[in-house]
Design a protein around this ligand. Structure first.
Ligand code: NAG
Ligand code: NAG
Ligand code: NAG
Length: 164
């Protein structure tokens, strides 16, 4: 008889041992969340974006920019480093790639979120022979009386206003 605990463990093990391709494949796609990413004002958030298949993104170009404005680059990684000079001053000093690039994680981490940060971002990744892009929507919740929050009362204390 097969016990579910055993098969679950086998599945987890299989998921953990998915091989990471070292060489860039000829083509790839990007995986992003289906729905919007929700966050609060002044928090740190990750806009997730991953290569499929998973492979080392270090030799690639990774560009995050506002969907409405190609010139507003939130982050540009190229020639194996973040190109600070190309970043929109609005994002300077607040963005990083904290996921593991070598494992195909090109997620953008954004600190001290402002209301102006909300909206659509394009995750764009290109290799020498291929590129793909995908859109991630960031929603910023404005919370009311942050300091008087009590854990005991859970999420009900927040007076949320959703802005997109
Ligand atoms: C933001 O507000 C919406 C609607 O009030 C709520 O469903 C969502 O959980 C909130 N998100 C966060 C991160 O608090
Ligand atoms: C934003 O967060 C930082 C550190 O988490 C804090 O020092 C600062 O006071 C906060 N700013 C606002 C406007 O809440
Ligand atoms: C990719 O990196 C982001 C930012 O550090 C992280 O939130 C996310 O969990 C990572 N994804 C995976 C599958 O490890």
């Amino acid at each position: 008889m097969m016990r579910s605990g055993v098969s679950l463990r086998v599945m987890i093990l299989a998921a953990l041992t998915v091989p990471i391709i070292v060489q860039s494949p000829e083509t790839f796609t990007l995986m992003v969340p289906n729905g919007p990413i929700l966050t609060w004002l002044n928090s740190t958030v990750s806009l997730t974006c991953e290569l499929s298949p998973l492979f080392n993104a270090e030799p690639l170009e990774v560009r995050w920019y506002r969907a409405k404005d190609f010139d507003s680059t939130a982050l540009l990684y190229k020639d194996h480093k973040i190109q600070e000079a190309s970043v929109d001053p609005h994002y300077r000093g607040r963005v990083s790639l904290t996921g593991e690039l070598e494992r195909g994680n090109v997620s953008l981490t954004l600190e001290r979120v402002t209301l102006e940060d909300r909206g659509e971002y394009v995750c764009y990744v290109s290799s020498e022979q291929w590129y793909d892009k995908a859109i991630v929507l960031l929603t910023v919740n404005v919370t009311g009386s942050e300091p008087v929050l009590s854990e005991a009362r859970g999420g009900q204390v927040h007076q949320m206003v959703t802005t997109t």
